[in-house]
Structure formats: C-alpha cells, structure tokens
Design a protein around this ligand. Structure first.
Ligand code: KG4
Ligand code: ZN
Length: 398
C-alpha cells in the first residue's frame, strides 16, 4: 500500500461551508468492479459522484475477475477521490468524515477502499464510518427522492437487484433516541428485516450468463433490455420456479438452465451466435450493432427470458409488500435500470395502491454517493469505526 503522502490527494483550497451543508462526507465504494468516490453534504446533496468502471477489463472473461478487480482499484482509488473532491470544490480540510464500504463484496476489492479510507481519515484526523453496501443501495432511493422532494412512505419493501444480489428487505424508521439529536437535524436511521432472497443466482448474474450463451456481450443487462423490446415475450415459456419455504425467495438458475436446453434443442441458433461472437470481437457491442444479427426467434427468446425474470421479481416483491402491509416499494441495484422492470413495477404497484420508487440510473448501479448518504445517520449518531475496521465479504444487513 502507498505511504500516506501518496494516498492523500493534493490539497485544494479550503472553502467555507455553512452549517446547513454539514456534515460533508466523502464516500468511497470498491466492493466489486467499480471504483467510486463521492462528496455528499448533509446526507442529501450530492456535490460530486465519480465512478470508474472496470467493465472493459473484465469483459473478455465474461464476469468480474477478483484479482484483476483489486489491482485496478489500487490504480484508480487516488485519481477517483481527487476527481470527486475537485468536482465538489471541496478541500480535504472541509470534510467531516470519510465513509467506506465494509462489505458485502470481494475481499481484496473491499480492502483497497477500506485501507485507503482508514489512512485518509486517520491522516486528516476525521471520523471514519463503515457502511454496508446493501444499506447504501437502499439509501440511493432516499437520496434520489431528496433530489425530487418526494420521500417514500415507511415502512417500505425494498428489492435490491444487481449482479451480486437479489434480496428483499422491509425497511422502517428506527425510533430516534434522545442522544441522537444533534445540530444536524433528526437522523434517518432505518431498521431492516430480511424477507427473502435468491437461492442461487442473482438476477443480474442470470442476465449476464444468458447474454454470454447468446453472444450478446458483457454485461448482458443493458443489451437484453434494449433487444427485448423487439421480441414477443410470450413466444417461449420459462416456468416460474416452484420453491418450498418462503414465497418471497427467488431462483434464477432454472431459467438460465432452461435457456441452455432450449439452445441445445435448436441448433439453428448456432450460426447467428457465431456471427455475433465475431461482431463482439470487432468491438461491435451496442444493441443497435447486434440487432441486425439477431433473428426474430432470438429476439423472441430474449423477450421471453426478460419477461420471466421481470414477472418473478415483480410478483414476489409486490406479494411481500402486500403481506407485510408496507406503504411503498423501493427498487435499487443495477437491474433496477431495466425499462420493462420499471414499467411493470409501476403498473402493478398502481393496481395495489402502492407507490414505487427507483433511483436514477446513475444511483441504481454501484456508486459512492449512496455510501456517503448511508453514512449520514451514523455520523449524526457518532457511530464511528476505528483502525480495526476490516473487510467483511459476507456482511449481512439483517
Ligand atoms: O449494481 P451493479 O452495477 O453491480 C453489482 O452487481 O453490484 O449491477 C450490475 C448488474 C449486471 O449484472 C448488469 O447486467 C445488470 O446489473 N444491469 C441490467 C441493466 N443494466 C445493468 N440488467 C437488466 N437491465 C438493465 N438495463
Ligand atoms: Zn451493488
């Protein structure tokens, strides 16, 4: 690891920030394949949010390679933090705290952010705050809502759906105790209960694996999202997985395996899959470039796959919201960017008199603004970490 002098970015001119923009928290996120830093004021105003994606590095492997991810985080962390401070016009002296993702995630990747954040906080004499990545995704929804001045009513049912997670939590406001009152206003600390989750693959993982089978590039979600619009979602039947136990668990490996068998039973797909593979090798990765290389049958297959995943996610999440009588539904994580998922959630939630909230696309995928926002109530409660903070690859939220 670098010495402190190398770790701390060049100081910028200190600015004066009034107390209503305090605390100013620098968030750092490095749990998977995005190195991110953001500056958030008073838990709700994003002064900057910088994300350096490693997609180009992992693309040829069809998924995130942990060792490469750690090395790239090491390379990116200093410039990304520097850029976030610069864009926010904030100097190191202006910061009130440094917040880092503690887990869940890849251990080597997490360690880069944690070690850097620890060194920075300790060198500057600032508070260090540890944040659960999943809590960050939930706060992304509230952060977006702050920007739109439309706050979700609590309790809420929250679906976190990404390449690494598919998990349902009920979210409520923790009764604020007197000792949490502070000059920064009332803290919004939440309590979480785990209602269900995937028993095998995460939904985003299923998107990525199916995209790989069909030679649609990596990550698969954005391309499938666009191509699915041109296919018939009822052309191929993917059975809804039947599971014992909680009705709010998910399973996506069955849909993925059904896709594999479908392709094996229909060798006529092979030629166009090979053609798309060549196109990808030439760097033609956009949906518009791959679209002419997809037959009507492929577009139908893609649309049917997406429809099965979306139905699965929406039915279970709204079923849980009704069962637990929540007042709103929150959807966050990379897959929350999916257009059909958003549309279906909105239509189905409306029928049930539920309001549904999504972060913007930038706040749906991994970012550090959500980490800084989740750190705000902890700052108010003086819930600080110390030098013993370590990465927790399987850190649970509840
Ligand atoms: O939250 P994220 O950026 O990283 C983690 O996995 O934590 O999510 C990335 C995942 C990938 O699996 C990607 O294929 C999926 O989100 N994704 C989408 C869309 N955009 C990204 N899936 C479906 N539709 C999209 N528009
Ligand atoms: Zn994530």
């Amino acid at each position: 690891m670098n010495c402190l002098e190398c770790v701390i970015p060049a100081p910028f001119l200190p600015l004066t920030h009034s107390s209503d923009s305090r605390p100013i928290i620098l968030g750092i996120e490095s749990s998977c394949d995005e190195t991110a830093a953001a500056v958030v004021a008073s838990g709700k105003t994003i002064l900057s949010s910088v994300v350096s994606s490693q997609i180009d590095i992992h693309r040829k492997f069809g998924g995130v390679v942990p060792e490469l991810a750690s090395r790239e985080h090491l390379r990116q962390i200093v410039p990304v933090v520097r850029e976030a401070l610069e864009q926010a016009s904030v100097g190191l002296a202006d910061l009130d705290a440094v917040a880092v993702t503690q887990g869940p995630g890849l251990v080597g990747a997490l360690l880069v952010g944690i070690t850097y954040g620890k060194a920075l906080a300790s060198g500057l004499g600032k508070a260090l705050i540890s944040v659960n990545h999943l809590e960050g995704h939930i706060h992304a929804v509230f952060l977006e809502a702050h920007c739109e001045s439309r706050q979700p009513k609590l309790p809420a049912m929250c679906l976190i759906v990404s390449g690494g997670h598919t998990i349902l939590y009920s979210v409520d406001r923790e009764a604020a105790s007197d000792d949490q009152a502070s000059e920064f206003g009332p803290p919004t600390r939440f309590t979480y209960s785990r209602i269900g989750g995937t028993r095998d693959d995460a939904a985003g993982e299923a998107y990525d694996k199916v995209a790989r089978m069909l030679s649609l590039g990596y990550p698969g979600g954005p391309v499938i999202d666009q191509l699915a619009a041109d296919g018939n979602p009822e052309a191929v039947k993917f059975n809804d997985p039947k599971m014992r136990g909680t009705p709010y668990d998910f399973s996506f490996s069955g849909i993925k395996t059904a896709m594999l068998y479908h392709l094996r039973r229909h060798p006529e797909f092979e030629a166009e899959i090979a053609e798309r593979k060549q196109a990808l090798a030439r760097g033609e990765r956009q949906a518009a470039q791959l679209r002419p290389l997809c037959s009507a049958a492929t577009l139908d297959l893609i649309a049917s796959f997406q429809s099965a995943v979306v139905t699965n996610l929406v039915t279970r999440s709204l079923g849980a919201a009704e069962q637990f009588r929540t007042k709103s539904v929150l959807v966050s994580g990379g897959v929350a960017a999916n257009r059909q998922l958003r549309r279906t959630f909105e239509e189905e939630a409306q029928k049930r008199w539920l309001e549904v909230f999504f972060p913007s696309r930038q706040l749906s995928t991994d970012n550090a603004a959500m980490i800084a926002a989740a750190a705000y109530p902890k700052y108010v409660a003086k819930d600080f970490a110390d030098g013993s903070l370590n990465a927790e690859p399987n850190l649970p939220l509840a």
